[in-house]
Design a binder for this molecule. Structure first.
Ligand code: MN3
Length: 197
């Protein structure tokens, strides 16, 4: 399979002021594109990964400790969903039904929000914070660099990019402020529910 850069599902200025046009231009057009180009080099046509799903490639590469594929295909997978996990006018406490039930099983909306933000703040260096489903239960996770919950036996349903390229233009070094603004104003909960399958 030849990997391709997906288009953003909204205009570059749609997420302002929480995520600027400039951030999205760099993040999508330059950073995500680099993962796609490198992903094609390391896991595209002519490699042993050709013909496999991106989810399977993530798992196989992690099991084989194949760092270039873990990072580039992991990041391609993460960003495909990251763009869809955000929308203009997102956030809010009103969750779709299945998701609300899963959150209720491990506590409250406020606890999940606090744990998710703490995971993002606590990820040392570059990486991601996640809501993932493992054995039917919701979990808050964090992973370094391009890793994701698929590589750790779970299914990601929401992820936030805590690499500096995701927030430095808009928030400088204030990662907690970025995470709070992101969670409260940008999360597309309908897409999170869709990821439950
Ligand atoms: Mn990124």
């Amino acid at each position: 399979m030849t990997f391709k850069l997906p288009e953003l599902p909204y205009a570059y200025d749609a997420l302002a002021p929480y995520m600027s046009k400039e951030t999205l231009e760099f993040h999508h057009d330059k950073h995500h594109l680099a993962y796609v180009d490198n992903g094609n080099k390391f896991a595209g046509p002519g490699t042993k990964y050709d013909g496999k799903s991106i989810e399977d490639i993530c798992k196989e590469a992690f099991a084989a400790k194949d760092a270039p594929v873990i990072n580039n295909i992991g990041q391609h997978y993460n960003h495909i969903h990251f763009w869809k996990w955000m929308k203009k006018g997102g956030g809010g406490k009103k969750l779709p039904g299945k998701l609300e039930k899963l959150v209720g099983e491990i506590g409250s909306f406020d606890k999940v929000r606090a744990d998710f933000i703490a995971a993002g703040v606590g990820q040392f260096g570059s990486g991601w914070a996640w809501l993932a489903v493992k054995d039917g239960k919701l979990e808050v996770q964090k992973t370094p660099n391009g890793e994701n919950p698929l590589m750790h036996g779970a299914k990601p349903i929401l992820g936030v990019d805590v690499w500096e390229h995701s927030y430095y233009i808009d928030y400088r070094n204030a990662r907690p402020k970025y995470l709070e603004a992101w969670f409260d104003n940008l999360v597309n909960w309908e897409y999170v529910e869709e990821m439950l399958g």
